[in-house]
Design a protein around this ligand. Structure first.
Ligand SMILES: [Zn+2]
Length: 434
């Protein structure tokens, strides 16, 4: 390196440190996601996108910009572990019509709209468990600063058998086909291994499997195990060897137990679990992501507007959607690890707080489900889910105390992600409209 080049490098390094942005947030109350005790009157020191310190009292270091949240409750940004970013509420068109009339490009644009709303609600991170190349593109656009949205961890098409819950041809005329419709189909352990590797190649962050039937799909039964134990075992083994976690959509107790033994990291829904199932999950450290929100929404749709659901699925929803809420107190009692998840894209992602609290979680435990537990399940607890040095400056605040009044979780009026403010005093900021 020449002397001039070294000099240029030194100048560049100084320029970088000189342009660092120092921000201090004065938090009236801080729920830090680390302990369960609220802290009063603390300062959160931020340099660029990271938290550098949390100090008692309201400090004002020279050269720092002060953000006064001394009348607010500050929390780590919320994390939704079960979203489908392009998924629409059952309010406009039949789900099958939507699926058949929209391309992956259309879904990416829908996703871009819904992730912006998610961030405005206080969700600074989310895990998409069942998308495609569109979700990968939205994740990358957010990371590149092209659009506003939560940090995303995405799976691609859920893995499952022909005619299972993850088979997009389910319920359609058998002659119809599409090049992408087989991207999640798995009928042997070897196919499971191949699909996991393919998804890794297409830049998935995690793997989603469909060991049981589901509700919102025609023709499959949510009470049946549809993947074999061997297919699950090989999918998990291959995913884990590549550093990918595995989320499993499952309802019936026997299938949950088989998936837990196969080593999945989380059971999504888990609606028909028994005390014995939860005990086994607890023993294996498997997370439950209950997704009470989606059942609430789809039960009402099935009752009032069955024409907005996939044809023929309203009876399944009506027969099964009330069970998860009834079963949730059993999960709470068991002590199984719970992470926050809604199973929606469009819509109010804060609904799950109220549903979990109504089911027996304390507001503090509900917040933990949406912060440190969610971060742990994703495998990113060293970056998100708590307010402590080294973590991203992903913060939200409410005017009231959500521990005393859980409705406050739905009234976030300050959102910061990576040190950038996306909402302040309840209004989107310029940064949110990129
Ligand atoms: Zn889902």
């Amino acid at each position: 390196m020449t002397l001039a080049a070294s000099f240029a490098l030194i100048v560049a390094l100084f320029a970088t440190s000189a342009s660092a942005r120092d921000v201090v947030i004065h938090a009236g109350t801080l729920l830090d996601g680390v302990t369960d005790s609220p802290r009063r009157e603390v300062s959160i020191l931020i340099r660029d996108d990271r938290i550098t310190a949390v100090e008692p009292g309201f400090v004002k270091p020279a050269g720092s910009e002060i953000i006064d949240l001394s009348g607010q409750t500050v929390m780590p940004g919320f994390i939704d572990c079960h979203v489908h970013i392009a998924s629409k509420l059952p309010s406009r068109m039949n789900a099958t019509e939507n699926w058949l009339t929209h391309s992956a490009l259309d879904r990416a644009f829908d996703g871009a709209v819904f992730v912006r709303a998610m961030l405005q609600q206080g969700f600074t991170s989310a895990r998409d468990v069942g998308g495609g190349d569109d979700t990968v593109a939205v994740r990358d656009a957010i990371n590149a600063g092209k659009i506003a949205g939560p940090r995303l961890w995405v799976s691609l098409e859920p893995l499952g058998p022909t005619a299972g819950h993850g088979d997009p041809r389910n319920g359609l005329a058998p002659g119809l086909s599409h090049p992408g419709w087989s991207d999640g189909i798995v009928n042997t352990p070897e196919e499971a291994r191949l699909r996991v590797r393919e998804h890794r190649g297409r830049r998935a962050d995690l793997i989603k499997i469909m060991p049981s039937g589901g509700m919102a799909s025609t023709g499959d039964d949510p009470r049946q195990q549809l993947m074999t134990d061997d297919e699950m075992r090989v999918a998990v083994e291959t995913a884990h060897s590549l550093g990918l976690k595995v989320a499993a959509h499952i309802y019936p107790a026997n299938a949950i137990e088989a998936a837990v033994r196969a080593g999945v990291d989380s059971v999504e829904h888990g609606s028909f679990a028994t005390a014995q199932t939860f005990a086994l999950m607890k023993e294996h450290g498997t997370y439950l992501v209950p997704t009470l929100t989606v059942f609430e929404i789809y039960y009402v749709a099935a009752r009032d507007h069955p024409e907005l659901l996939t044809p023929g699925t309203a009876p399944k929803e009506l027969a099964n959607d009330l069970l998860p809420k009834k079963n949730f107190p059993l999960a709470v009692k068991s002590g199984v690890k719970i992470a926050y998840g809604t199973d929606i894209g469009e819509g109010d992602h804060t609904m799950e707080f109220g549903l979990m609290i109504a089911g027996g979680l304390t507001p503090m435990k509900a917040l933990s489900a949406a912060t440190r537990n969610a971060a742990d399940l994703i495998g990113a607890a060293d970056r998100i889910g708590s307010v402590q040095p080294g973590r991203y400056a992903d913060l939200v605040a409410t005017a009231g105390d959500p521990l005393a009044d859980p409705a406050q979780f739905a009234h976030v009026d300050f959102v910061m992600k990576g040190g950038v403010i996306y909402r302040q005093d309840g209004h989107p900021t310029v940064a949110a409209v990129q």
